[in-house]
Write a protein that binds this ligand. Structure first.
Ligand code: KG4
Ligand code: ZN
Length: 338
């Protein structure tokens, strides 16, 4: 069957056509229109501008996804759309568009959880992947560890109590003058600095919990920057990038290791925008080797928001019979009211 996956939860409008044959995925198209340049002047995503940009892009993006795939609307077996969580105005654009398309063409509609979609990207790149596994979702809005027992069944066993890792990267990047979003720029800059130059607290909470807290780390990095500026000393940006990255990566690695030990799972899936971070990918790769486990990470092109991951997650929802109807609404929440 062919599935159209649609994504508009933040600052990327995306549509993709994914073919599924005997449980095997093939990406036929995955068109992503990024609004990064539009939001860059503001140093972050402006929700109303994001919604308006989605409205302008969504029809053309969908046309392009279908024509690149060589698939007609009438051939679609399902339309899958990100319905939660995310920016509400942005989500509403995708949900309403997908609903209209499905309704007008009598195509089954599937509502997708954006977090599960990030994890579903791993099935697209790793054909053999099967639950049970642990999934570490690290993005602009989330830092969570899930025990996944079925493609649609996720149990959250750890999460951030305040900021997400991507949010913290972006904040520090902005303060030291890197272009938005700061994550990718800090990743590169970190290679030029000394990760032990600046002492920063770990985002991994102490003890048995698998939770994180990034606010203390963020504040400590900001205090360091302010102290330098007040003393008329130039901030050593590369050392800060390296030290900040090291704190984030080591903190995440610590909780990932604890989660593997606690659950006995042998596969760790790394997903979400921050999964593109080269230092995190390498560190977790080393960690699983020592733990006798395997690391599954989608290619960088599937780590950020995209329609193909939504189509993959939508396929599993479709398989389990959870179809949406014309009453479908969007929600900003991780766990919307049923
Ligand atoms: O998953 P995503 O595209 O959107 C959300 O669902 O939030 O994640 C976006 C986040 C941003 O915070 C961005 O700075 C971060 O992913 N990011 C990175 C890298 N590439 C993107 N963070 C660290 N290192 C990277 N290479
Ligand atoms: Zn995302």
């Amino acid at each position: 069957m062919y599935i159209l996956g649609m994504e508009s939860s933040c600052d990327e409008t995306s549509a993709a056509v994914v073919a599924v044959e005997e449980g095997r995925f093939r990406i036929l198209s995955n068109i992503v229109a990024s609004q990064i340049e539009t939001h860059r002047v503001y140093g972050g995503v402006v929700p109303e501008i994001a919604s308006r940009a989605h409205i302008e892009a969504i029809t053309g993006i969908t046309r392009e996804a279908l024509s690149t795939a060589g698939v007609g609307v009438g051939e679609l077996g399902a339309v899958a759309v990100t319905a939660f969580p995310g920016l509400i105005g942005a989500l509403l654009v995708g949900v309403n568009f997908a609903k209209s398309l499905a309704f007008a063409n009598s195509i089954p509609l599937v509502a997708v959880n954006h977090i599960k979609a990030h994890v579903a990207a791993a099935y697209l790149s790793h054909e053999a992947l099967k639950p049970p596994f642990l999934a570490l979702v690290v993005s602009g809005g989330h830092t969570s560890i899930f025990d996944v027992t079925d493609p649609t069944d996720f149990r959250e066993i750890g999460s951030t109590r305040d900021d997400a890792a991507g949010e913290a990267f972006d904040k520090i990047g902005r303060v030291i003058g890197l272009p938005y979003p700061g994550g990718a720029a800090l990743d590169r800059l970190a290679y030029e600095g000394d990760g032990k130059a600046i002492r920063l607290p770990s985002p991994a909470l102490g003890g048995e919990t698998l939770d994180f807290s990034f606010s203390g780390l963020k504040t400590a990095a900001l205090n360091h920057i302010n102290t330098c500026r007040q003393g008329g000393v130039e901030v050593a940006r590369a050392d800060l990038a390296a030290s900040f990255t090291r704190a984030v990566v080591e903190g995440i690695a610590q909780k990932a290791e604890q989660a593997l030990t606690l659950t006995g799972r042998k596969t760790l899936v790394l997903a979400g925008g921050v999964a593109a971070n080269s230092h995190l990918r390498r560190r977790l790769g080393e960690l699983v080797l020592l733990a006798g486990a395997q690391l599954v990470v989608p290619p960088v092109s599937l780590c950020g928001d995209n329609g193909a991951m939504v189509a993959a997650a939508g396929y599993f929802e479709f398989q389990s019979g959870r179809l949406a109807d014309v009453s479908l609404n969007a929600s900003a929440l991780d766990h919307p009211e049923p």
